[in-house]
Ligand binder design. Sequence first.
Ligand code: LLP
Length: 433
Amino acid sequence: MFTQTSRPAAQEPVRNADGESLAFDGVDLEQLAQRIPTPFHAYSASAIRQRIGSLQAALSGLDATICFAVKANPNLAILQLMANAGVGADIVSVGEMRRSLHAGMPPERIVFSGVGKSADEIAGALTVGIHRFNVESHDELLTLQHLAEAQGVTARAAVRINPDVDAHTHAKISTGKSENKFGVSIDEARRWFAERRRLSHVQLDGLHVHIGSQILTLEPFRLALQRVAEFWRELEQDGHPITSIDVGGGLGVCYRAGVDQPVAAADYVNVIREALADYRGKLLLEPGRYLVAEAGVLLTRVIRVKPGIERQFLVLDAAMNDLQRPSLYDAWHDIVPVSNASRPLTTYDIVGPVCETGDTFARGRELPECAAGDLLLIKATGAYGTSMASTYNSRPLAAEVLLNQGRYALVRRRQHFEEMIAGEQPARHWETA
Ligand code: LLP
């Protein structure tokens, strides 16, 4: 059994033997930050491999392919690591498709999700010959048929079901309720299958469901899969063979030690096994966060401690442009000092330099007293960290480093100023439209 509690050390930063500093995947973080200026993101390759391994082990005996949700972390080095481990890609844009191919992901392991695939994107994915389209509207289905016919190819497609299930997660990352923009109702999907023979260039033989993200209990998965399984049985009886069921992503992780209790991969897969016990086709899974979130940390230094009127502020060199989750979803991320020096606890509002109050990583957080220059770790930033980063306040995109058993490799250098302004120009040439 793979439970969250039985983790080897590589999966999180641990104290060095001298107790002075923290090491992650065998790399001393204080020394690393001497070489790479903060802020920067560091990912543990061992931790990612371990997550892939535990999910693959849980899936053993099933005809299942893991398609990593690229949006969680699209760095080429991460995608290459996924590709080498036999993992495919769940993409939502041609940009993500190009990254995946560039990283060596075979097209037959790429699935394309999303409500707003443009005609150009669909045509591009058809040309490449990706594995499958997860179709989210009738208009998209007809566009797929039209473009596949024009290219003289047959597209494999799954209908994304909106099962109207509450994932009990943050409203902004819930996707499986009928009020959400994602997928179609089972009633509508039934009509698509009834007409499927009219689709000369689309092989509609798959079901897809994704109900939301950072889900910490099994019940929503169980409910959604029960609805999908019921519909699959009905379709089979009506003469519509289903060869692929994509169960989406959404498996939650621990952002707050001692509070968040994620479900174990094996327990999650058991829910899939139970709901689809008599299903013999192919399974697809689209985890993002589960594979990379806890494998990443954001290293940042204290610029200054600012005693405010009501609160004491710890001003970091990382900001909301490097990690949006706290500003956007009021998300909690554990924050710890890298040094272990014994100091009295103090309560801080931990903020970045960006000029808005939303640029706050934590309010009223207790930390050992800090001083300018101290190195801190913001934890579990490997998913939806850099992928949602921006250059707001004209701050360059941060560097990214991959750690692996005592060594490190820079996998994205910090953006240069010239790259940030590339493509911009003074309005010299005025034209009429
Ligand atoms: N499949 C589809 C169709 C998705 O839309 C998503 C995530 C996933 C798979 C992967 O979900 P995961 O396993 O990572 O939960 N920015 C937000 C998360 C947005 C998730 C969007 N869709 C955050 O930082 O919490």
